[in-house]
Design a protein around this ligand. Structure first.
Ligand code: HEC
Ligand code: HEC
Length: 345
């Protein structure tokens, strides 16, 4: 405890001096740096905080913004309206999410966690830095439907925000860069790595016999795409899901313009599946069984179909039951209850 505190003080001191040396600030400006530890077995993070040093003040500002309807046109659609903590920050029980003016999103809202290990975001990878991601929902007419300048004006006239920006960034100036950096500090800090699977990895728990059998099936049938420890290899694949006739969503091809990317979508993580239903890029599968039914007999052939999917994935009823037991070990209820990621008091 004490040593931690001393180290913190030292860090604050260093940061303050560096700022003075750089001549950035007239008076001493102090923040509390945060370390985002890398969970056991996880790879190195993407440098999302490289030019945005993670601090307690920035995190708390981002947290307030995430839960605040002020970011949306009519005040009703904060980030948290579609990204709910009890659903691992996906939209609970909705294939598509509600947005401004009774409209719906075109895709299923993914859970938000372990994003500090991703390089590209959204189902088609159309966003290449976490820091610019919030601009998409903020300005989308079917999501928050706001205008960036309008949001900034509202924040400047708010009783609390100017002070919070000052504590996080050293002055009361509120601009889009600072706002986006703060949101990134909050969203990028969400880490889910306390599932039973992680406990087993650390040697603190053991799989049951069924979970062990399920793990073997997972390794032979699923791990090539849903690879450990993120349970996604972050690639884009066509797993034979027929085109959605309503919105004609061709996935990755809409970003690259390359026909070889037609119907490819980002491999989603399998962590916290119990909370993030329904599944698939448009939420068409209401349960894990429906996803497995698809892999067994719903695959639609096509020029971009992943070669490993050509014959589908057939599992006996016992194999399916075991696999589902294993998948449950990826649920992390502590993440859902972590007050740090909940609404600010
Ligand atoms: C109206 C519902 C809605 C609102 C409000 C909303 N989102 Fe989302 N979010 C979505 C949907 C739907 C997607 C998937 C978009 C896609 O793939 O095209 C998404 C995707 C994301 C992703 C990418 C996750 C990944 O795995 O690639 C992040 C990060 C995110 N949202 C953060 C936010 C933040 C921060 C806010 C507030 C500034 C916000 N969202 C507001 C519905 C919403
Ligand atoms: C060839 C790569 C690949 C293989 C192999 C694969 N998946 Fe997937 N999986 C994907 C992709 C891509 C998606 C997203 C599909 C979409 O919505 O367009 C997906 C979606 C899912 C989803 C929905 C998750 C969500 O949050 O929406 C589940 C559950 C799932 N897969 C489980 C499995 C299981 C279990 C196996 C093994 C039996 C498996 N997958 C094998 C690539 C793969």
């Amino acid at each position: 405890m004490r040593t931690g505190f001393l180290i913190k003080l030292l860090l604050i001191g260093t940061l303050g001096t560096a700022m003075l040396v750089n001549g950035c600030r007239k008076d001493q400006f102090q923040t509390t740096p945060i370390e985002l530890p890398i969970p056991v077995g996880f790879p190195q993070k993407t440098p999302i905080f490289e030019n945005n040093p993670l601090t307690e003040e920035g995190f708390q500002l981002g947290r307030k913004l995430f839960y605040d309807g002020i970011l949306s046109k009519d005040g009703n659609f904060p980030c948290a309206s579609c990204h709910q903590q009890f659903a691992a920050f996906a939209t609970f029980d909705h294939s598509l999410s509600h947005g401004f003016d009774n409209s719906f999103t075109a895709r299923n809202a993914p859970g938000l966690f372990n994003l500090a290990w991703h390089q590209q975001f959204h189902w088609d990878g159309g966003i290449t830095h976490l820091e610019v991601q919030p601009l998409a929902p903020l300005t989308a007419p079917n999501e928050m439907a706001e205008d960036l300048n309008n949001v900034l004006e509202k924040l400047r006239n708010h009783p609390q925000y100017p002070g919070m920006f000052e504590r996080a960034f050293g002055s009361k100036d509120i601009d889009s860069k600072r706002m986006l950096q703060a949101i990134t500090q909050f969203v990028g800090s969400m880490v889910s790595a306390e599932a039973k699977y992680d406990q087993v990895r650390k040697g603190n728990a053991q799989f049951t016999a069924a979970e062990t059998r399920g793990y073997l099936i997972f390794n032979s049938q699923c791990a090539s795409c849903h690879s450990e420890p993120l349970f996604t290899d972050l690639s884009y694949r066509n797993v034979g899901i027929p085109l959605n006739p309503f919105n004609k969503d061709f996935g990755r091809m809409t970003v690259t313009g390359n026909r070889q990317d037609s119907l490819k979508f980002k491999v989603p993580t399998l962590r916290n599946l119990s909370y993030t239903f329904p599944y698939g890029h448009d939420g068409r599968f209401i349960s894990i069984d429906r996803v497995l039914d698809h892999y067994e007999r719903g695959i639609q052939a096509g020029p971009t179909l992943d070669p490993s999917m050509r014959n589908g994935i057939e599992l006996s009823p016992t194999q399916r039951a075991d696999l589902k037991e294993f998948l449950k070990t990826l649920d992390d209820p502590a993440f859902l209850q972590n007050k740090r990621f909940g609404p600010p008091e």
